[in-house]
Design a protein around this ligand. Sequence first.
Ligand code: FAD
Length: 623
Amino acid sequence: KIDEAEKFEGCWRLSNLKVSVDRDPGKDFLGVSEALLEEIAEVLEFPVASMLPPEAFSVVRKSFDARKLLKEPKFVYTVDMNVNKLMDLVPRTRGFISDLEPKVGQLEHMSYERVFGDITSIVHDCRRISDVAVSRESEHIQLSEPYKYPATKKPKVAVVGSGPSGLFATLVLAEFGADVTLIERGQAVEQRGRDIGALVVRRLLQLESNFCFGEGGAGTWSDGKLVTRIGRNSSSVLAVLKTLVHFGAPKNILVDGKPHLGTDKLVPLLRNFRKHLQGLGVTIKFGTRVDDLLVENGSVVGVKVSDSRNNLISSQQLGCDAVVLAVGHSARDIYQMLVSHDMNLVPKEFAVGLRIEHPQELINNIQYSGLATEVRSGRGKVPVADYKVVKYINGDDVDTPLSPGTMRRSCYSFCMCPGGQVVLTSTNPSEICVNGMSFSQRASKWANAALVVTVSSKDFDSLNFYGPLAGVEFQREFERRAATMGGGNFVVPVQTVTDFLENKLSGVSVPPSSYRMGVKNASLHDLFPSYITEALQNSISMFDKELPGFISSNALLHGVETRTSSPIQIPRCTDTYESTSLKGLYPVGEGAGYAGGIVSAAVDGMYAGFAVAKKLNLFQGSI
Ligand code: FAD
């Protein structure tokens, strides 16, 4: 219960405010429109909407809701109302505010909280004010204890991998004053762009500079979706998003319900990120691969590196006080190396399947029907349509016990790229795996998404893959089968959804695909074991009930999607982020099994950065 005095403190959050498409200025407008003020007035029961000053309100979230259960698609807003400002500007509102009561789902009283900025400002605050305690549970970065005096010697940290987790760990550590060397086997975005161009146009796969390896990690040539399941409004996610804005991302990612960047926005952003790190004194070594860890008395004391661009095993050694291992889930050589050090790696559940591609127009029509014309290749009033589907196979009711011997699996769409293209994410020419990317306008005529089924240790055992790297072998098996089915030269095996459902292959021609290195009609229904194929077939039939038209002879399945998340986890201590097997090693991000996606990897890297800084007593340093 909120008392009278409290009502005039802080702000009120108004959520679920709906504005129809014809009255809304469109997806790119993030201000307070006349139509939105009318909706606010209705919630506040304030009689004259035009008297409400737009300056007293700020939009914190704007989404487009086109779910079928709605009579008509709407823009849905969450808005913060600054009570003091409102009363200063329109004293008459006082009476209405004193009558307000929190209502579940629409009105929420919020006291003013410390609002964190981007990571640089957080670190500066920490160093200026106090010691810091980072707690993932509370999702707050708490400041406590008094400021201490400067350390005399800068600790050395090697960060391996410049994906989101490595970059954010580097940023935090460099801001705290560590002597950081960022080691990346791939190339800087400029050269990486040329290498990817050579792959797509001339079929030249650079083993160390491709869609998975290089500056920015796996997420650079991606859709750049910034949606996350770890709490959109948590201070850590906001700190990451604000940092991206600081480096050049458009501000609307802070408000958009489904923020995304696209490759064209990510590349310059990464360049700015790099310049900032270099300005802080970070040494960045591109084209440099970590091959081994230097271990003394159970602690990591450095790394062994080689020149990956020219494939020279120079065995140079770099000594350091801590190693942050942020290598992503495609660094299979690193997993092997960790096993050789007797490190504890735990196989974990992940998902495999196929990437489905539809004409974007078909998905717009399914999702928006009459409104589909408003999309206009990403430049229209409403966003390009996407979808998200999930089904449990062997019973949708997760509370019902299963009969003995059966496994409940989920089959779901993953990493959906509206207006995008299918790309090759193999890191070895004898394997094929695919994923999706897009540019910021999402203007291509294709919509693709992975359709994947969960797999776990029992499934690896069934193919005689055992031990900590069983999941990696499982992935590799299907990537090799896909390469064989495609016939080589990075040609991807495909099958129409209609044929896949009927376990047949009709004719040799298939509908066009956005994949640029060629596709070949193939029996994808024979690629996976029957429990995966049947799970996919059953779910596709169920997805079609939710999205009528999803099953179409124009929908093409591409094989295979295997690297949905890491097949292993590298155990680490919850508070210190240090490996449980090896002191001085900090496994982070997706490759270590602690993140899935750009934002969660960045958040994990950020927390790891704070944890390492704390361990190395960096909070005592001065700027
Ligand atoms: P990574 O980004 O994989 O970075 C690891 C880095 O370590 C790489 O740059 C690699 O070169 C380097 N490295 C590996 N081994 C070594 C070594 N031995 N020595 C030195 N360096 C090494 N996620 C989203 O949230 N939204 C999306 O839209 C999205 N789209 C995607 C599209 C594609 C095509 C792909 C491949 C992935 C996509 N993802 C997306 C997933 C996302 O990219 C990853 O979840 C995220 O990048 C993981 O971050 P990370 O830092 O843990 O690892």
